[in-house]
Design a protein around this ligand. Sequence first.
Ligand code: MG
Length: 414
Amino acid sequence: MTHIKTIMDSPHLQTRRHFIQNTVLLTSSMAMTKLGNVFAQATNADRNVRIRNMEVHTVAVTNRTNWILVRLTGSNGITGIGEASLGRRAELGELNQFYRMVEGESAFAIQQYRRRGWQQASAGDRVLATAFSAIEQALWDLMARSLGVPFYNLLGGQLHSDLPVYANINRATTNRGPEGFAENAERAVADGFRAIKAAPFDGFPALDSPAEEIQAARELGIECVYAMRERVGDDIAIKIDAHSFFDTDLSIDVAAELEAANLSWYEEPVAPTQTENTKTIHDAISQVLAGGEFLFGTEGFRPLCEQQAVDIIMPDVKHCGGMWEAVKISALAESYDIKVSPHNPSGPVSTAASVALCAALPNFDILEYQWGEQLWRSSLTEPNEAFQNGSIAVSDRPGYGIALNERILEAHRI
Ligand SMILES: [Mg+2]
């Protein structure tokens, strides 16, 4: 010990120790300065963004469709947009209710908003779920735009640069017979879409109706499917949504009759909350089974996933609890080898948000697009919504990559 003490106390080592200490101090202060610069660069974005304002715009589309668009403005002047469309205007009051939970709060405190609003949003009322989700969507856009990054970068970055899209031709098809469906299927294909969806069983009679009435509706729907297949040929994917009009037996029988139409999927022949029936149908038919468009939260999707009752789940960012919940639902599905195809018979805002989400989803399948409602649709956003060869490009602009075109908005808002 003495020997060591002597060495440590030697004048030479004292000098050396001071030199090392000073060098360490100097180096660490230089490092801190450098680190300071690095963090200064990384924090150029204003972190203290508060929510200052909400505007809600109702856009008249058709007699069946309104788009309800929500725009939040932050204290930095940057805006974020979301969509709350349910096809009616009932959600306007609820939007105010959820807005009060974020007004004056940080635009970056999305998880806190989710925690504050979750109980009301998850109570089972679709209007509340939609209003909650729209504000959540707008917060993410505002946050990502404040940081200057695309939304998908907040999820770990982009996996896909182009997303396949299918044209939902159902609402635009006013002639509900085989010719009407075949004609619009052909027009959607002429627009470049390689996949289409229709719901030719809409208006199906209640299941306790006279047998001949049910038989006639069943035959008409099946005829419409084959008319589309014949018109567009074998290379186009056709998806059929049965809008939960059937029971288990009828679902299985109709699926068997549709086998030769080679469907790319069969959607919700019974309500997706009927997990056991859905599982029975899934195991009995040859088609891919899809569903879940109005389910809420991971808890809503868990039964279908756990039972592997569907092959594809369809969360809707407008109704499922928002962007973060859609990520969680997709991750849940992935753990059961189930793919995700977001439900999106919606306006261009929900579409842009869905695109920014899907860009980062490993189990993404295809995105829905509401086809043929209005020609001015694409010009409601800047840049315009653009599809090529049945795909939509993922934007590299901040947030969801779009802004509303004020002139088009003014022309069509009510
Ligand atoms: Mg559906």
